[in-house]
Design a protein around this ligand. Structure first.
Ligand code: AVI
Length: 322
């Protein structure tokens, strides 16, 4: 007889069940971003403690002219592909600048959240009406394999901003960069945003804001499992617990069970058990030194051509050539 769990599970169902049944427990941070999670992340980006977005915005504002001359050195125009575009706040600074300069380019934002992408495209169509834009609503790994086709421009510049790379393990980062490189041609470029190692208290506060928005963002993972898998997680029985380890450069977020408890996942007909004090790992946000950044990229054969930083040296965007 087939039990409910032996029926084909979706990737989400499979990963949630696996992650909650292993020891130590962990869930992938990619599952933060349902519509509610994407909305909470937009709020995080405006928090006073979350310096990452402001630092990268400063970099783009300060270096837009230098970036343009590196992107369009042969005046041939380009496709600007942004992976995980979100609200495009930082990129908008560049897009407006390029448009004002009548630079020939097409903007291709790729995002898994349809809502975030709709809002972004509506906003950009209003603010930069003459810009050519081709949004793609997909997981960017899938989009990378299937959707990256040539437009009228042969040169492609891929943006992977906001320290998104920091949410990957080292192995996954190398795999991702390799995969990206294989989709591109010699001469194409990649710009990657890295959060830099700094005062550990500055980093820790970014993941432990006083308004509790990051806590809600982390807890939303449990709410999402409740919504989608009919689970009965009680978020008041868990605590949001972020740490930063300067020895490894890893900020890690956990949800720690405040008591011995069991949770039922109705859709999967499975029980999950937590001990008092047991941790569920939900996210790693890796911070880099400049030499670690370069080493990561050169390991896959990408050539660093320039890096840009903000005035506090909190963040760096590295431009690489394929
Ligand atoms: C999307 N990512 C780069 C964010 C980060 O800083 O790791 C996600 C985030 N998690 C908590 N706050 C923000």
């Amino acid at each position: 007889m087939q039990t409910s769990t032996s029926l084909a599970l979706s990737e989400f169902e499979h990963d949630v069940l696996n992650g909650l049944q292993k020891n130590p427990k962990s869930l992938s941070s990619k599952y933060f971003y349902d519509d509610e999670g994407s909305r909470l992340f937009q709020r995080i980006m405006h928090l006073p403690e979350y310096y990452l977005t402001r630092s990268e915005l400063e970099i783009f504002t300060k270096h837009k002219e230098a970036m343009l001359s590196l992107f369009n050195s042969e005046q041939e125009g380009f496709e600007l592909i942004e992976l995980g575009a979100g609200d495009g706040l930082k990129t908008k600074v560049l897009l407006s600048h390029f448009s004002e300069r009548n630079v020939p380019f097409t903007y291709i934002p790729i995002d898994i959240s349809e809502k975030a992408l709709d809002e972004l495209t509506a906003n950009l169509s209003r603010e930069i009406p003459d810009m050519a834009m081709q949004p793609v609503n997909d997981d960017y790994f899938k989009a990378l394999n299937g959707q990256m086709t040539y437009s009228q421009y042969t040169k492609r510049i891929v943006f992977f901003l906001g320290s998104n790379i920091g949410n990957f393990s080292e192995e996954r980062s190398l795999q991702f960069l390799n995969q990206l490189k294989n989709c591109l041609n010699p001469g194409d470029m990649i710009m990657i945003g890295f959060d830099l190692q700094k005062n550990p208290f500055t980093i820790l506060s970014a993941y432990n804001d006083t308004q509790g928005i990051t806590r809600d963002f982390n807890m939303n993972l449990l709410d999402r499992i409740n919504r989608e898998l009919g689970a009965d997680f009680r978020t008041d029985r868990f605590v949001h617990y972020p740490i930063y380890d300067p020895a490894t450069g890893e900020a890690r977020s956990y949800l720690v069970s405040l008591l011995k408890q069991q949770v039922y996942l109705e859709k999967l007909d499975e029980w999950v058990y937590f001990e008092e004090g047991e941790a569920l790992h939900t996210e790693t946000s890796r911070k880099y030194t400049l030499s670690q950044m370069k080493q990561l990229c050169t390991q896959v054969g990408l050539k660093p051509i320039h890096y840009f930083t903000d005035s506090k040296h909190y963040f760096a965007d590295m431009l690489l050539k394929v």
